[in-house]
Design a binder for this molecule. Structure first.
Ligand code: PGA
Length: 252
């Protein structure tokens, strides 16, 4: 079954208004000018969601946040709820990025709870998993990914409302990537873990993105792998040319 590729940009904590608007407009123009046969998603910081939404009007580029709280409203100072994201025009949110797992001590259980709340509000989720360098060196990559799938992906996950992003932590922002063989092996293991948890049919349809130092020059090799259904792109998503070149190269 053919899974449509998803090219997703995670801007992380970057860009003030002018820069964010210029970047979103440049991506929108480039995507409009070409008929890429893939889905696009951009995830700016919370502060830019409203502005970026306006820049994406008339395009098929989806808007996403980088995190969400599990509650609808209430006493959660500094947090943003799924309904607030919907209200701003988001259709996606990233959940469980390793930078949140580390910086904010987010557990699989919390990520699972956030995903359930996001789905209930009608948001799609990009749930991130991936091993540290030490775990990789200890041969634990697949076990870590299986545990994170089991713990973070909720039982209500469907191929429509959930995307998995495999991001080896040691590959994020470092310019290092696993070999294509390693990426395919891990993605296949993730799909098997999803099949066990959610059933084979759902697992076959669910998109599994690769993330970690994806650039225009390695996109083609990584994205043509049978179980790689797109990319979650950090650094290279901050340059419109590079972000769109990843899609162009991936679809060659
Ligand atoms: P990177 O980040 O592309 O800069 O390595 C990926 C991510 O953290 O999502």
């Amino acid at each position: 079954m053919a899974r449509k590729k998803l090219i997703a940009g995670n801007w992380k904590m970057n860009c003030l208004s002018a820069e964010g608007v210029a970047l979103a407009k440049a991506v929108a123009e480039k995507v409009k000018a070409n008929k890429y046969d893939c889905d696009f998603l951009i995830c700016p910081p919370f502060t830019l969601l409203g502005l970026v939404k306006k820049c994406l009007r008339g395009t098929k580029i989806a808007l996403g946040a980088q995190d969400v709280h599990f509650a609808e409203f209430g006493a959660h100072t500094g947090d943003i709820s799924p309904l607030m994201l919907k209200d701003l025009g988001c259709s996606y949110t990233i959940i469980g990025h390793s930078e949140r797992r580390v910086d904010h001590k987010e557990s699989n259980a919390l990520i699972n709870k956030k995903a359930v709340a996001a789905h209930q509000a009608g948001l799609n989720t990009v749930i991130c998993i991936g091993e540290t360098g030490a775990e990789r060196d200890a041969g634990k990559t697949i076990k870590v990914c299986q545990d994170e799938i089991n713990g973070s992906v909720p039982a209500d996950a469907t191929a429509k409302n959930t995307v998995i992003a495999y991001e080896p932590i040691w590959a994020i922002g470092t310019g290092k990537t696993p070999t294509a063989t390693d990426v395919q092996e891990v993605h296949a293991a993730i799909r098997a873990a999803l099949a066990k948890k959610l059933g084979k049919a759902t697992a076959q349809k669910m998109r599994i993105l690769y993330g970690g130092s994806v650039k225009p020059n390695n996109a083609s090799e990584l994205l043509k792998l049978p179980d790689v259904d797109g990319a979650l792109i950090g650094g290279a998503s901050l340059k419109a040319d590079d972000f769109v070149a990843i899609a162009a190269n991936a679809l060659k």
